[in-house]
Design a protein around this ligand. Structure first.
Ligand SMILES: [Zn+2]
Length: 260
């Protein structure tokens, strides 16, 4: 009776609650919310091109947290920020988070950083949380050297002028700042595939694996970053955290400004 009432008033929340109970376990743990589970929820969508090009960090996979909805890509960035960069006790940091992931942003918002700016390019019909401001990554509304850390996780594959975005990110980074610039990458393509004539969402899906993707990055991705003024440190930490449901193949692209 009590559950029937909740089910009626909060159908979505009830479903979420039941799912959490069914998947409780001790095989895995979400580092963001602490939920311990027997497995992960399915996330992502499969398209033939994603398999054909062996896209790391794309496609249908069991990678979602049943409690906070974080996925493998979000947890990877969170763990890197927490365990490797140790940012959560560096309150003097000025941070720009582009297209912020919900669970990660909530964690960051709890810390009283010197600056924590969240921004996304607002699209009609979508609602954005109050802490997110409308901004275009190819035209950042900040002066030079404004940030110590930029987080841009799976964004550049949506941006037609990605080199302009990379240049803008470099511009707003202070001398010793870092940027985490994650994108889905083809494991078996050396070269990035893009074609500006492909604009129809269906065509983009068949060519790039998602209706709003404009390219598939190849193994030459770090070179493109280097051309825009970054030195790129390609790091894999997934093996260190087997319980946290990371993609063993997903490398981090940790960028600093080229010096000299
Ligand atoms: Zn979680």
């Amino acid at each position: 009776m009590f559950f029937d009432k909740i089910k009626k008033v909060f159908p979505k929340k009830f479903k979420h609650f039941i799912k959490m109970q069914l998947h409780r376990g001790d095989s895995y743990a979400c580092p963001i919310c602490g939920f311990q589970s027997s497995d992960w929820a399915p996330v992502g969508v499969d398209f033939p091109v994603l398999k054909e090009k062996m896209i790391i960090g794309g496609g249908r996979r069991r990678a979602g947290c049943f409690k906070c909805d974080s996925d493998d890509r979000e947890r990877l960035v969170y763990l890197f920020l927490k365990e490797k960069l140790r940012i959560f006790n560096q309150k003097d940091l000025r941070i720009l988070h582009i297209a912020p992931e919900y669970s990660l942003a909530l964690k960051m918002l709890k810390i009283d950083f010197a600056e924590y700016v969240c921004g996304d390019l607002f699209e009609p019909g979508y609602k954005y949380p109050d802490y997110v401001k409308n901004l275009d990554v190819t035209k950042l509304p900040f002066s030079d050297k404004s940030f110590d850390l930029v987080i841009c996780n799976h964004v550049l594959e949506h941006v037609v002028e990605d080199r302009r975005a990379m240049n803008e990110i470099a511009r707003v980074m202070d001398n010793y700042a870092k940027a985490i610039l994650q994108v889905p990458i083809s494991e078996n393509s050396q070269h990035t595939y893009e074609d500006s004539r492909i604009v129809d969402p269906e065509d983009r899906t068949s060519h790039f694996g998602q209706p709003d993707h404009v390219r598939i990055y190849g193994q030459d991705y770090p070179e493109r970053l280097q051309e825009c003024g970054f030195s790129v440190n390609r790091i894999n930490i997934s093996g260190e955290y087997p319980r946290f449901g990371l993609n063993p193949k997903e490398d981090l692209y940790v960028c600093e400004l080229l010096r000299g």
